[in-house]
Design a protein around this ligand. Sequence first.
Ligand code: SAM
Ligand code: SF4
Length: 357
Amino acid sequence: MSLPGVLQDSHNRVIRDLRISITDRCNFNCVYCLPETEGAGNFFKPTDTAADEPALVSGKLPYPRKPRSQILSIEEIARVAHVAASLGVNKIRITGGEPLLRRGVESLISQIAAIESIRDLSLTTNGTHFPRLAKRLKEAGLGRVTLSLDSLDRDNFRKITGRDGLAEVLKSIRLAKALGLAPVKVNAVIIRGLNDHEIVPLARFAADENVILRFIEFMPLDSRQVWRREHVVPGAEIAERIQPEFPLTPLPANNPSETSARWSLGQGGGEIGIIAPVTQPFCGNCNRLRLTADGKIRTCLFSLHEHDLKPSLRDHPGSDEALAARLRQIVPSKEPGHRISEPDFEQPARTMSLIGG
Ligand code: SAM
Ligand code: SF4
């Protein structure tokens, strides 16, 4: 039975969570996301099948960034947030690209924070611009923050992200805690042969710093499209590797659509999460929609089709009804799940940096 006034898909899932990418630009080149540097791209060349690998084309993305005129304005993004909230969305995450590169991000946060029905407003960032903006973001009404940290080793951090930024990110994590942007979550994408030897140190970091460290399986959303299953460290293996050091105890999910399996690290305190979309898909409970910086709604991270909201926003600037109708029209087409493990899986052209994680 479909519920009136909410966004419900054809698999009876009600959309409550909107992830908004506010820019397609980034100042990092993470190997699993945007490896535009040759060194980063080459990391993935398997030695045994090197001859079959596509040639690396320096500086060329399979999906080019959009001109400014096609990027939604802060006002347009806020309007989508308002209309989505009127249709039952109560959780919004601001992401990118690197969202803190976007001018006006504080204004957007304050406009969304003012929507009464939004009970969870968060932001995901690589942390480089966070020290400069953190206080203003908090004052604007940001509820909590997630920072990305894939390595605690300066050289490995640089290898993964293309930037010597470990100290900045550590500073940002501590600042987020000091400002009470809690719970502070830290995302680490684990890739075999690159940072899997840091799983236990990262878990220890969670205990020592009292942050929630979320280990994420590498997904096929990288710009070079060189993802291979052998690079994925399954969530079960991540837990097995931590178990001898910390007696992991499962924690209850905060809500049924939570992507992360939560574990307590035992007596010393601390919590980790394991997000295993490749080996343990959680699509059945997915309540998320994504809005890209250029105004496309994506009903799944792995959608091969997307829906342009710009005509509804720009051709009907005064009518929220047209926008609401468009969202209602789009949502039923939400895919039942991703097909990463199916033989006919096709990686979307957009990278994670262009979708928003
Ligand atoms: N630039 C910000 C950052 O890195 O925190 C926000 C955008 S980034 C796309 C959001 C999250 O997606 C990051 O935590 C990143 O680690 C994760 N991510 C990017 N590419 C991924 C991939 N191929 N597989 C799994 N997670 C990925
Ligand atoms: Fe890395 Fe985030 Fe930039 Fe992707 S968008 S390259 S994950 S910092």
